[in-house]
Design a protein around this ligand. Structure first.
Ligand code: MG
Length: 203
């Protein structure tokens, strides 16, 4: 199983980090050991002093595919979850400046907490899913899948040109604006539609 993450998929988030709005999707991967499930606590890693949350919609691939045409991409997933793409922003900033890969900043253990999965029928129109994140009860991020620069189907099609998608692979589809730091003792709560679906105590 692999975890593919899309970067810079919401215009206002690309701007808040002073990144160009990309002409094609940007993707990177996290290791399978990045997964954190069942609302387990996240332990703040020792190698960063600026750990950021990025709340994202997550798609679970349900068939094997390579070179998937965009118009058929909807057949390759039936479930979505809410996830957080934890990012060691200081480590990422250093890597960006030096032109180095992002794995140390993005792919570390438990950097990908996710909720349980929901059938996409349950969520209604996948191009209009509201989601958000609260930190200690204050809303910090609010997004809608309709604001993605590259739609879920576009992303699936694009990534599959390079990497064969397999059953159980996850795609983090990018974060809206409002990313920011967490500290030990904080609690993050993620929502999908009107429901709180993900709780992450930071320890
Ligand atoms: Mg992200």
């Amino acid at each position: 199983m692999k975890i593919i993450c899309i970067g810079r998929n919401y215009i206002n988030h690309a701007k808040e980090l002073n990144n160009e709005v990309p002409a094609e999707p940007v993707f990177f991967m996290k290791a399978e050991t990045a997964l954190l499930q069942k609302n387990q606590p996240f332990y703040y890693p020792e190698f960063t002093k600026d750990l950021h949350y990025e709340v994202e919609l997550v798609v679970r691939i349900n068939r094997v595919g390579k070179h998937i045409p965009k118009e058929f991409a909807h057949r390759y997933y039936s479930e979505l979850a809410l996830g957080v793409d934890f990012t060691a922003r200081d480590v990422q900033k250093y890597a960006k400046e030096k032109g180095l890969p992002w794995e140390k900043a993005k792919a570390f253990d438990h950097s990908a907490p996710i909720s349980k999965f929901f059938d996409k029928q349950e969520l209604g129109n996948v191009a209009n899913i509201e989601f958000g994140l609260r930190k200690n009860d204050a809303v910090v991020q609010k997004g809608n899948s309709g604001d993605m620069i590259f739609s879920i189907d576009h992303v699936i099609s694009y990534v599959s040109k390079f990497v064969t998608l397999k059953i159980g692979d996850l795609i983090f589809t990018g974060t809206p604006e409002g990313v920011g730091p967490v500290a030990i003792g904080d609690e993050l709560v993620g929502s999908l539609g009107d429901n709180d679906v993900l709780v992450i105590p930071i320890k």
